[in-house]
Design a protein around this ligand. Structure first.
Ligand code: ADP
Length: 536
């Protein structure tokens, strides 16, 4: 469960990362600034720490040097003392001198230790501020100091950690130098200083650097956010407006402010939208004028055509009494006038679709009956071409809410095309259904359609065979009208074809008006019931 939550959260974050330019820019800027601030901060902390330590050490070295001289002078002044108790007294006095002098601050520990490996009695003994003071000084330092006893009496130092006032270990520095006590031998003077004040200064510098860095980082983040917002805002607005434009809201524009590059973008964008709108409006007007023209011409032609038709019919009825050539002309006139009428009716129908003025009135219709009627209406033509018409309807829900007249028109067109291009071979009509859709497939085994031609079968006035005269066959509008009719029902009209193997047109309709199709109950083409149909 936790895994799922984590994954959902991670996916959400990744989507946000991909989609938000603002988030990406702010995050990258903050991370890079963090790196830079981190490196600079670390460098500053180290260099401040080193400088602080160095200057404090130099200062302590010089005060320790002065203490050493004072102590040595004290001992030199009492050089003739030979009694152990006197020397011891002088040593106490020297210890006191150092601890009261300004060489020491609070927390400084002092030790006067006898250098090892010397002959003679151990007088005076070791003296130290606390019993642990000698333990703070390690043997390396002691060896260096002891070794310098005979030489230049240099100062040697070493970093130590010493118990502080609050019980915790504080940083410190132990500085040692050798002294020689007349009649007693070589001794070592050690001052162990507490450096916690320098450490506190360093801590406060580091704290300030941390807070400063954090504040700087927040400031950089906020500034980047504001700057990116200033730039991304108009771009996002432009994207929204262009989406609305694409969705057809042609009057949408971007507000234009100022003189900067964003304003230039807005102005050019709006200019583009203006010219697009003008162009689209111009084309729409043109297309409306053309539609009106086609519709008007078709209407205007109807009256003279009816007259021509009536006159032609009279001549056609009397053709037997005419000389053969005139009789032939009368027949020609009759068929072409009929074709003209069909063409005109089709054109009027197309112009109605183009004007978006078509409304369908549906009622529950049994599609198997409808297919039966359509087959019957073309059976005479099929017979004359030698094509046998078969109906395969395995049973199911064949009722669908459709406008019977339009579906019959689609079927008649598909059947006539199948008969026309079926080469006299059988034509099979399949009907099948599922709970949501009914499909009708008209399968012929004729010449078929090439792949290139298939892209155009539903185009207006398109015919596969250009050599075919415009005086015979259909108008080339049949499939275009069928496609519009299918779309009006929320249905699909699809084609499958193989040259030489025949064609199959499949009409799929939702069973209820407004239903949405997901799949068709029939395959395209459906399983083949005509064995060897293509080599008949
Ligand atoms: P037409 O009035 O010419 O039949 P259609 O729009 O119905 O117009 O068909 C357009 C063209 O598609 C036809 O001229 C024909 O070339 C091709 N076509 C249609 N159906 C078939 C079919 N079953 N087999 C082969 N070609 C076909």
């Amino acid at each position: 469960m936790r895994d799922v939550n984590w994954r959902a959260w991670r996916n959400r974050m990744m989507r946000l990362w991909r989609t938000s330019l603002q988030l990406r820019t702010v995050a990258i800027t903050v991370v890079l600034s963090l790196l830079v601030i981190g490196v600079i901060g670390a460098y500053m902390a180290v260099s401040v720490g080193t400088n602080l330590f160095d200057s404090r050490r130099d200062q302590l070295l010089s005060t320790t040097g002065r203490a050493n001289i004072a102590v040595q002078n004290l001992f030199n002044a009492s050089a003739e003392q030979a009694a152990a108790s006197e020397i011891e007294g002088t040593t106490y006095a020297a210890f006191d001198l150092v601890s009261r002098s300004n060489a020491t601050t609070g927390g400084t520990q002092i030790a006067i230790l006898r250098s090892p490996d010397q002959d003679g009695p151990r007088v005076p003994g070791d003296l130290a501020s606390t019993p642990d003071t000698a333990d703070l000084i390690n043997t390396d330092l002691r060896e260096q100091v002891a070794a310098s006893a005979e030489g230049d009496r240099q100062l040697y130092w070493q970093s130590v950690s010493m118990p502080g006032a609050d019980g915790e270990m504080d940083p410190g520095i132990a500085i040692g130098s050798s002294i020689s006590i007349p009649n007693a031998g070589n001794y070592e003077l050690y001052l162990v200083y507490d450096l916690s004040d320098a450490q506190q200064t360093l801590d406060s510098v580091v704290r300030t650097l941390w807070f400063g860095g954090l504040a700087l980082l927040l400031l950089i983040g906020a500034v980047t956010y504001i700057v990116v917002r200033l730039v991304v805002g108009p771009v996002r607005l432009a994207a929204e407006v262009s989406q609305k434009l694409a969705a057809g809201q042609l009057e949408q524009r971007i507000p234009e402010h100022g003189e900067d590059v964003i304003a230039t973008l807005a102005r050019s964008f709006n200019g583009m939208a203006d010219s697009l709108q003008k162009q689209i409006v111009r084309l729409a007007t043109l297309s409306q004028i053309q539609q009106r023209f086609v519709s008007d011409v078709s209407h205007e032609l109807r009256t003279p055509l009816t007259t021509i038709r009536l006159a032609g019919d009279v001549l056609y009825d009397q053709r037997d009494s005419f000389p053969p050539a005139t009789a032939r002309t009368a027949e020609l006139l009759h068929t072409q006038v009929e074709r003209f009428e069909v063409l005109l009716a089709d054109l009027l129908e197309m112009s109605r679709y183009d004007a978006g003025a078509v409304e369908i009135s549906t009622e529950p219709t049994n599609l198997v009956h409808l297919v039966g009627n359509a087959i019957e209406s073309v059976s005479a033509v099929a017979e004359s071409k030698g094509s046998e018409l078969r109906l395969i309807a395995p049973g199911g829900y064949f009722e669908a809410e459709v406008e019977g007249r339009r579906i019959r028109r689609i079927l008649q067109n598909l059947l006539s095309n199948a008969i026309d291009h079926g080469e006299g071979r059988p034509i099979v009509v399949h009907v099948d259904s599922n709970t949501t859709a009914v499909a009708i497939a008209v399968r012929d085994y004729g010449i078929g359609i090439s792949a290139a031609a298939m892209e155009h079968v539903f185009d207006r006035f398109w015919r596969a065979d250009p050599s075919r005269q415009r005086t015979i066959g259909g108008t080339g509008l049949g499939l275009a009208i069928a496609l519009e009719d299918a779309a009006l029902h929320g249905g699909w009209l699809e084609v499958w074809s193989e040259p030489g193997q025949g064609s199959c047109f499949r009409l799929t309709l939702p069973r209820e008006r407004g239903g949405v199709l997901v799949s068709s109950p029939l395959d395209l083409p459906p399983a083949d019931p005509v064995a060897g149909g293509d080599d008949d």
